[in-house]
Design a protein around this ligand. Structure first.
Ligand code: NAP
Ligand code: MG
Length: 403
């Protein structure tokens, strides 16, 4: 069979530990035999980041701006232990943080649903995608603990020296206080990314804040979303048959639990942090969660939501058998290939991505799965397989689907 041809290369960001092993096997077993794969390769493995003083991370992000679509392997974010383990020149920053800062993106996290792994919430039938605003609020706060009575004030001095002042609280004793901010530019980027992604996925978009209590701060988020929706997206949403829905955050939480899923839930930074872990766990497994960074200009970077699965890697190094779940990493590849196919008008590349996802789901739904899923599955007959055999099982089914 002739291999599928590509036009524009994908930006390939390799990574660390067990996911790096899986990365190579996915390419070898499930991609390269079928596609004449074109990538521009960046090695974001920790050793190479250290050798290049982390320039490789910056270059990979700039390449994503040039080509538009990237696929990323999980990478180590170094801490003191890792600095010793890899004898690093310094404690390099999180690659995801660096890439996000350059692309100015919003992260969308979507669960992969399969029969036999039922969400803990019985009503959920379709994915709930969480879009988390990744800038500001308490993540860039300034806080203070005060040990005596006194007046706390909010003071704003403009560039001409004009001062606006407001009392926060007149303390009669010890207490705590906090200042935080967000910017119109960042909130607008977030809103654009959410509206675009909803159109891209043809999914309804929900957004929620605490605007009844926070009449300026949260209310501004609500207004920016509404203004952009009315000025730019309403017609496209109507044509696509999807809706934009705003409600109070408490009401949103209650509705989400009663819903059957099938929508994107845009969250402010803190809500997104908390709710994405809740939603991921309720859907079953972090190993079945994909993540895509979408920039306001329309650049896409796909990855798995989990880390490098260090514990399994050390078993693998000792020559012991592992049963690591490759689904989220594989879906990062299919997501990136499909997007590349859409942008370049390559129907056979899109079809291939669809079939590879289908073959992966079939494998699990026929009872063949890795250990993490075997522990969760409600199927009557399960065969637990090792990391590599799972990919080979997918290949068998993919070959059948491709005829
Ligand atoms: P992790 O790699 O997500 O793994 C934590 C545990 O979750 C694993 O030990 C394993 O549990 C289970 N697990 C996660 N993914 C799995 C998979 N695909 N298949 C089977 N089980 C899976 O998190 P971590 O151990 O806290 O972090 C390891 C490294 O990853 C760190 O250096 C961190 O900096 C990095 N990290 C990177 C990213 C990223 O690049 N996006 C995200 C998070 C963390 P059992 O051990 O019980 O089997
Ligand atoms: Mg969290």
């Amino acid at each position: 069979m002739a291999k599928i041809l590509m036009k524009t290369p994908l930006v390939e960001m390799d990574g660390d530990e067990m996911t790096r092993v899986i990365w190579a096997w996915i390419k070898e077993i499930l991609i390269e035999p079928y596609i004449d794969l074109k990538t521009e390769y960046y090695d974001l493995g920790l050793k190479h980041r250290d050798e290049t003083d982390d320039q490789v991370t910056v270059e990979s992000a700039l390449a994503t701006k040039k080509y538009g679509v990237a696929v990323k392997c999980a990478t180590i974010t170094p801490n003191a232990e890792r600095v010793r383990e890899y004898n690093l020149k310094q404690m390099w920053k999180s690659p995801n943080g660096t890439i996000r800062a350059i692309l100015d993106g919003t992260v969308f996290r979507a669960p992969i649903l399969v029969k036999g792994i039922e969400p803990f919430v019985k009503t959920w039938k379709k994915p709930i995608v969480i879009a988390r605003h990744a800038y500001g609020d308490i993540y860039k706060n300034t806080e203070m603990q005060v040990d005596r009575p006194g007046k706390a004030e909010l003071v704003f001095t403009d560039r001409d020296g004009n001062v606006t002042r407001q009392v926060i609280h007149d303390f009669n004793g010890p207490g705590v206080l906090m200042g935080m901010h967000n910017t119109e530019a960042s909130i607008k980027s977030f809103a654009h990314a959410c509206f675009r992604y909803a159109l891209d996925q043809k999914m309804d978009l929900w957004f929620a804040t605490k605007d009844t209590i926070s009449k300026k701060y949260d209310h501004r988020f609500k207004d920016i979303f509404q203004e952009l929706y009315d000025s730019t997206y309403r017609r496209q949403f109507e044509e696509a048959g999807i809706t934009y829905f705003y409600t109070l955050i408490d009401d949103a939480v209650a509705r989400v639990v009663r819903s059957e899923g099938g929508f994107i839930w845009a969250c402010k930074n803190y809500d997104g942090d908390v709710m994405s872990d809740m939603v991921a766990t309720a859907f079953g497994s972090l190993a079945m969660m994909t993540s895509v960074l979408v920039s306001p200009e329309g650049y896409y970077e796909y990855e798995a939501a989990h880390g490098t699965v260090q514990r399994h890697f050390y078993k693998h190094l000792k020559g012991e058998e592992t049963s690591t779940n490759s689904v989220a990493t594989l879906f990062a590849w299919t997501g990136a290939l499909r997007k590349r196919g859409e942008l370049d008008g390559l129907k056979d590349l899109i079809d291939f991505a669809d079939k590879l996802e289908q073959a992966t789901k079939m494998t699990i739904e026929e009872g063949v799965m890795t250990g993490d899923l075997a522990a969760l599955s409600s199927l009557p007959r399960i065969r637990k397989v090792n990391t590599r055999d799972f990919l080979l099982e997918i290949k068998t089914r993919l070959d059948k689907l491709l005829g």
